[in-house]
Write a protein that binds this ligand. Structure first.
Ligand code: SF4
Ligand code: SF4
Length: 375
């Protein structure tokens, strides 16, 4: 296992972190998963108030394992709120469930809208967090986000945060500028769910597997991220010990991409361009805003992946979250397009956006799916 400095926190985190969103089966399984993670060199555990029984199981597991407190780092996350007393209450409840005196890192869970950012900057929220830090209950403050790039950049620029948890993968590089700015400001960078949200890479299509040979798609995505020194740590959302084995096989490989890996990335890109030809969305985001609130670039990204790499399963998983996951996955589905034409002159690729949106809807729509932790 390799370790990297988590930005200005100066914590030395393992390059893989155990994300416990799926650690919900039982306290016993969670204990085994944590014990295996620690044995394999993981020293950072990540949870959230909103992850069902995750904090509680984590607390029981840590107590049973009797790990010395200086041998692991723990992050939990609390929802954004402007209310000082609410943050104080939630924080104390989390500490109680986790059976800890202090958190190494507290993240605001999902600065996904401008209102969330306003709340966090409000006097009440800030006072509560500053007080918790002065009382020694919290060491460092960060935020997680599923928000727009503009919002993430603005949140980073507030200088309120020591680290950021965000999405960034080979198959979705929109947050590149946020990674750069966070690095420039010496913030720790935690990548959310590279295996699952990064492309459902545990179950890749045959097309994708063939294109990535001799590597696996999952391995390539991890290498893409680990070779980037601005990134500190990648979450691995194992629900049981066995699920740690494959990801951690490359936990000591953070050298720059080698020639063979670069060749495979070039092959992926060439295949992408050849297959999409004049329907390729370049992800420039210039088509927005859409009066029907369709998240055009994200809809067409999912189409890009389904058409080019047969990533239909992943596309369906993400597409079905539109209109179903609130601010965690904003925007309407492609079939809401009224063909008003507003977006057309803004598209530098001259795409027939209404037709492509309908095509995507037909390929990827199905029964809706809710996020694991949504109430
Ligand atoms: S044509 Fe469709 S996608 Fe484009 S702006 Fe109008 S409603 Fe939105
Ligand atoms: S403007 Fe065109 S190429 Fe750019 S994101 Fe929108 S649809 Fe894609």
């Amino acid at each position: 296992m390799l370790y990297r400095r988590f930005g200005k926190t100066n914590l030395n985190l393992s390059v893989f972190s155990l994300g416990t969103m799926r650690c919900l089966e039982s306290a016993e399984v969670v204990q085994k998963t944590i014990a295996t993670a620690i044995e394999l060199g993981i020293n950072h555990l990540e949870t959230a108030k909103a992850y069902g029984k995750s904090e509680e199981y984590l607390g029981l597991a840590l107590q049973s394992l009797a790990l010395p407190r200086n041998q692991f780092y723990l992050t939990t996350k609390l929802p954004p709120t402007p209310k000082q007393a609410q943050i104080q209450e939630w924080l104390d409840q989390s500490l109680t469930r986790l059976k800890l005196d202090y958190l190494d890192c507290l993240a605001i869970h999902g600065i996904n809208t401008w209102e969330h950012l306003d709340w966090v900057q409000s006097e009440g929220c800030l006072l509560a967090i500053q007080e918790a830090i002065s009382q020694g209950k919290v060491r460092y403050l960060g935020f997680s986000t599923h928000g727009s790039l503009e919002l993430i950049l603005a949140a980073i620029k507030t200088n309120l945060f020591d680290f950021v948890n965000l999405h960034y993968y080979y198959f979705w590089q929109r947050n590149q500028a946020a990674i750069a700015l966070a690095h420039q400001q010496d913030m720790g960078v935690f990548i959310i769910s590279p295996a699952d949200k990064g492309g459902k890479l545990y179950t890749p299509s045959e097309t994708l597997q063939n294109l990535c040979r001799p590597f696996s798609p999952l391995e390539l995505n991890y290498r893409f991220l680990l070779s980037d020194r601005r990134i500190t740590t990648l979450s691995v959302g194992a629900a049981k010990p066995e699920e740690l084995i494959t990801p951690l096989q490359i936990a000591d490989r953070d050298e720059p991409l080698n020639e063979q890996e670069q060749t495979v990335f070039r092959r992926l890109e060439a295949h992408f361009n050849q297959n999409l030809t004049d329907t390729r969305c370049s992800q420039c985001y210039q088509c927005l805003p859409c009066p029907e609130q369709i998240n055009i670039p994200e809809v067409l990204r999912l189409r890009n992946l389904a058409v080019a790499y047969d990533m239909t399963d992943y596309g369906q998983y993400r597409y079905r979250m539109f209109e179903n996951a609130g601010h965690w996955f904003p925007g309407k589905k492609g079939n809401r397009c009224t063909s008003c034409g507003d977006c057309l002159p803004r598209c530098p690729e001259n795409l027939d956006i209404p037709t492509l949106l309908q095509d995507t809807h037909q390929r990827l729509n199905g029964s809706p799916r809710r996020r694991l932790w949504e109430e």
